[in-house]
Design a protein around this ligand. Sequence first.
Ligand SMILES: [Mg+2]
Length: 347
Amino acid sequence: MTAGPILHADADSFFASVALRSRPELAAQPVAVVAHVYIASATYPARARGVRAGMLAQDALRQCPELMLIDVPRAEIEEVGDALFDIFHNSAVAVEPGSIEEAFLDVGAADQAGAVEAGQVLRRRVARELGIPISVGVGRTKLMAKLASRRAKPDGLFVIDVAEETVLRTTLPLSEVWGIGATTLARLHRIGVIRLGDVDGIPQNELQHVCGTAMARRLWRIREGTDDAVVRPVEARTSLTAEGSTAGYDRPDKTPTELVQACVDRLCKRAERAGLAGTGITLTLRPELGGKAIVLKRTLMAATTGRDTWLAVAGDLLAGERVPRLAGLRVSLTGLLPLDRVQHTLF
Ligand SMILES: [Mg+2]
C-alpha cells in the first residue's frame, strides 16, 4: 500500500469495443451489442444518438433507426476480460476489481506525475495487446479516481488534483457519488441534501436516520477528505463466471443445455489457462418472464478442470429441474484452487 494517488481503470463500452475489434469499419457508426432483448453496451456514436445500456433493443431502434445491433461475442468478452486483469495485475502492486472490466489500481506511484505515467503506459499496453480502449482516472481516493475516469472517457486519462478535489468535496451532486441507491438518494434530496456540502447543515442524528449510519459516516468522511483510499487486493480468484443468453437479434435460439455446455467449455479453458481447478459449480438460470433466478449448485469431493466431469455435473443439475423459458444463464466454477496445490492433495 502506498500513500500516492490511485488509478481507476475502466474499459470504454467494453462489450461493443470487443465486438468491434473484428469489424473496425463500424467504428464511426452507431453500434450496440444486444443481450437477449436489451442493449448491453453502446458505442460512443450510438450514445450520441441517445442509445443507452439497459434499453430495450426495440426502443433503441426507434431512437436511432440506423443503429447497428450486433450479438454479444461472449467467449471473446470473457477472454479479453481475463487478459485485461492479467495486464492490471502485471502493472500494479494491488488490484481491486470493480467488475469484469474495471478496477482500482495501486501502482506504487509516489506522486501525481508517477501515477499519470503509469496510467498512460497501462492505456497504451491494453490498446496494443487487446485492441480495446480503456480510460484511466487518477485521484487521491477511490471516489476521486472513479470520478476522474468518468471524465476521462472515451479513451483518455484525467487527473483530479488536490485543488479540484477540494472543490468537489463541496459541490459534487450526490447523484454522482457511486453507491448511493435511488431510494436513499430521494430521501436525501427531500431533506435538501443535493450536493456534498449540503450535508453540513443536517444534524448528525437526522442524517443517520435518513440514510443509515454507514452511509452517513461515508458522507462525513467524504466531506473531511478521509474517505476510502486503500486498494484492497483480492488475494486470489476464487471463482470464474461465464454467461450466455437466449435468442436476441439475428440469432437462432439456444436451449439451456446448449448454453450451459458453451459456458462450461469456456470456463474449463479459462481455468486451465489460469492454472486453476474448480471444486464447485453454480448454475444461475434467469427466467424469460422475470421473477427469481433459479440457482443450482453442486460441490465435488476433489478439485478438477475436467471438462467432461463438469459437463456431466451441469447436465445432471439441469435434468433435476423443471426449467422454464430462459432469458439467459450464468455458470460459475467455484472454490478455485491452484493446480499445483490440487496435485499435492493427491498424495
Ligand atoms: Mg466500463
